[in-house]
Design a protein around this ligand. Structure first.
Ligand code: AMP
Length: 304
């Protein structure tokens, strides 16, 4: 398995492979990331995992410095998953597995200041899908994501790039960006991996105690119950308003108001342009974000 630290080395390695699957991550890998890795391993002759904690998607007050970094374990998990899918012999003999873990200077040659007003150089903004929900709470987040994904895709030029449904608005932003900038890559979105109790896996779950994780299973319970109710209404050709669905979710979340400090949003949006919808239809995205009393934010979503 190759460990690539520069764009130059990445391009050299890339040039020897016909099809490439890429899994962009910020590391601290969990089973959700590894599901994306599995999909890539199954469908491409070479797979690149990128591990880069991208400064430009963090606001100055956010957790960039304390974001979990577990590089050696990440490489070991990638390797173990490759052995599971390809077999030990194939993994020993291949040149088709690599981890790209550049330094910040490699990705931001002009430097990067977390204060947007102080930034210099080129940034990518995807208008229309970046300002609502996550973009409202974290105004520089999608600008940072779109910028780094552009840089990573330009550097690696993968055939396919794999993203998680867990960050549904991010998938809408990336798809739109790839379409608008005529990028020759197929975006593949994989289902959300969850704890047995339903809590969506996230690198930031390490900030939660076991008790908090158990209590936060209420998030998926609320989403799942709303999803079933909405599907039943659709099956029976009954109309169901967004506000009825939102109220149902809020009611269940309120049962854990001792540790949920704030429900930042519960929203129903169109899957293509992420516009808010008043009436539910098939494919509508129900998503939410909560802030816990210990400061941790959790997001999750289901598709109706
Ligand atoms: P991150 O390292 O958090 O930036 O995530 C890297 C990729 O993994 C993104 O495409 C995420 O959407 C995806 N991902 C994160 N958590 C999950 C999950 N629980 N299930 C599936 N994909 C996930």
């Amino acid at each position: 398995m190759k460990i690539l630290r520069t764009v130059k080395d990445l391009r050299l390695w890339r040039s020897t492979h016909k099809t490439l699957g890429m899994v962009p991550t910020m590391g601290a890998l969990h089973a959700g990331h590894l599901d994306l890795v599995s999909q890539s391993l199954k469908n491409n002759s070479a797979t690149l995992l990128s591990v880069f904690v991208n400064p430009s998607q963090f606001a100055p007050h956010e957790d960039l410095d304390k974001y979990p970094r577990t590089f050696d374990e990440d490489v070991a998990k990638f390797r173990a998953r490759a052995i599971e899918i390809w077999g030990a012999q194939a993994v020993e003999n291949t040149d088709g597995l690599a981890v790209f873990c550049p330094k910040v200077e490699e990705i931001y040659p002009s430097g990067i200041d977390l204060r947007v007003s102080h930034q210099k150089g080129t940034f990518v903004e995807v208008l229309g899908v970046s300002h609502q929900l996550e973009g409202k709470i974290r105004p520089q987040f999608f600008r940072g994501v779109a910028t780094v994904v552009t840089k990573l895709l330009n550097a690696a030029q993968p055939t396919r790039a794999y993203f998680g449904q867990k960050d549904v608005q991010q998938t809408v932003v990336v798809r739109q960006m790839v379409r608008d900038l005529l990028m020759p890559v197929e975006i593949v979105v994989c289902p959300t991996a969850r704890e047995p109790n339903g809590l969506a896996l996230s690198s930031r779950n390490v900030y939660l105690s076991e008790e908090e994780k158990e209590k936060m299973s209420v998030i998926y319970k609320a989403l799942h119950r709303a999803q079933q109710r909405a599907q039943q209404a659709l099956n029976e050709n009954k109309s169901l308003s967004s506000s009825e669905v939102v109220n149902g979710v809020m009611e269940l979340l309120a049962t854990e108001d001792a540790i949920i400090d704030e429900v930042e949003y519960v929203s129903l949006n169109h899957p293509d342009d992420f516009a808010e919808v008043d009436e539910i239809s098939k494919g509508t995205i129900l998503s939410l974000a909560v802030k816990l009393s210990n400061g941790v934010r959790l997001i999750d979503n289901v598709v109706i």
